[in-house]
Write a protein that binds this ligand. Structure first.
Ligand SMILES: [Zn+2]
Length: 246
């Protein structure tokens, strides 16, 4: 049940027809994992917290650096040098003390991914490399957990919702890892846009409204202000979700 304070805190979003008391209670009893709290994960964890997702696991192994502050909006100048998970947990708890934040100072690997996933029902991607995303994608397919992919480059961004058994998985979409050298360009507003699209889809799934981008990818181009939606195709012989694996 929602407390009177929660009813007030969420009163504006609860005016949305499908996000009434029952749906808000579902959010309260939900557990989401935010993988990586950089440009994407800062904005997604901020809005998952403000929306009242009851439990949020934050995974990151990095510390706050000066060059992070153009886009990682839950860290302040005085946080430079501190562990991101610690700063994030403190700040998000101050925003919404009713949400339980579980900080995990870890780099996602084959050996810890199931432990990190724990009881999470949805994964919101805030990672910056395909290698770690592949590990999470495979674990989510095996556990049947929706995986909300997001990525950003410069003024562009892309996101999709991967529903195990229904949509193409990340390996279907990106079969091969690309070589990534050096820091990539990014304007802070681009990950904020993509992260907030991820949050909208996550909340729709948790509230049983259902996602809109399952099997489709939205691509945002900041230089032309265009949103393009692409239909995604499942790879029938995908090494993660193909027929032989099922
Ligand atoms: Zn696949």
């Amino acid at each position: 049940m929602l407390t009177s304070e929660e009813l007030t805190r969420y009163s504006r979003q609860m005016l949305i027809p499908w996000l009434g008391a029952e749906a808000q209670e579902r959010l309260k009893s939900s557990h989401v994992l935010v993988a990586g709290i950089g440009g994407l994960g800062c904005s997604s964890s901020l809005f998952l917290t403000s929306a009242g997702v009851g439990s949020i696991t934050l995974v990151d192994f990095d510390t706050v650096g000066l060059s992070d502050l153009n886009r990682q909006v839950i860290y302040w100048h005085e946080d430079i040098g501190r562990k991101k998970v610690d700063v994030a947990a403190e700040g998000l708890s101050r925003l919404n003390p009713d949400v339980r934040i579980y900080p995990r100072d870890a780099k996602i690997s084959e050996s810890n991914v199931y432990d990190l996933l724990g009881v999470a029902e949805i994964v919101v991607d805030g990672l910056d490399n395909l290698g770690a995303r592949y590990i999470l994608n495979s674990a989510c397919i095996k556990k049947g957990i929706p995986y909300i992919y997001g990525s950003v480059l410069g003024l562009r961004g892309a996101m999709t919702v991967i529903i195990p058994g229904k949509t193409p998985c990340l390996r279907c979409i990106y079969p091969k890892e690309r070589v990534q050298t050096g820091p990539l360009p990014v304007l802070g507003s681009a990950p904020a846009i993509i992260a907030n699209l991820q949050v909208i889809e996550a909340i729709k799934i948790l509230a049983k409204r259902g996602p809109s981008l399952a099997g489709r990818m939205v691509v945002f181009h900041g230089d032309t202000m265009k949103f393009i939606t692409l239909e995604l195709k499942k790879n029938e012989v995908c090494e993660v979700c193909g027929k032989e694996q099922e």
